[in-house]
Design a binder for this molecule. Sequence first.
Ligand code: NI
Length: 262
Amino acid sequence: MEPRRALDSGQARTLADDGFCTLEAFVEDHELALMREVFDRLFATRTGWDEGNQFDLAGTDDGGAPRLPQILKPSAYAPELLDLTAMAAAREITRDYFQSDALLEMDEHMILKPPHGGSQTPWHQDQAYHDPTVNERSINFWIPLDDTDVANGCMQYVPGSNHNDVLPHHSIGNDPRVHGLEVDGAEAYAATGVPCPLMAGGCVLHLPTTLHYAGPNLTARPRRAYIMIMAVPGERRASPVNNTWMREKQTARSARARRAGS
Ligand code: NI
């Protein structure tokens, strides 16, 4: 299948209305192979650990086996990612969607759900992690490097949840040592979640306030995902989000980052 490098008007409307939309084919085969090679290398070598850029999203991250390992800024360690045409396409789609020529910012990460019990990613809005003074204008491009379904933790979304403001969140297990967040009252959202099974190299797009979740990995295969976030300048909020859940964080990840001076 020829990779899709733009949203048609129906897809753009779905993204605006529902807060997410799926592109069945987004990454060319040779770029998918490169993403997998980088992914496996960076996790196998624990790249970024010392400076807090590799950590466990779902545990206390104190040196035991990680339940949901994540790498921030993989292109800082593997600059070949910056040359991907998939990255250029994500940029183009974002400019187009927000009708903005303003300078784009890019963020990215890689998440591994290990086989046989890689942790769930609880229901959350990405913006709950971010600057409380700004309403972001960004698109999250979630690219599975393995075929995903409910059994190994595909993405799930609450349609229309993107029309909410930032909702109250808490650290996973109410433990401020854990990096990951969960929206308060998550059980209420679980019933309306829509799973988005997707083949490797597809892409699902979502907005900063779209509620999303990924289940545990119950299979014998890893579930690897590469995520790019493209942003045009956000809008300053009239009043900041009261994000106590971020202010109380005390993660081993940020302690390592402070020690490394990053
Ligand atoms: Ni997220």
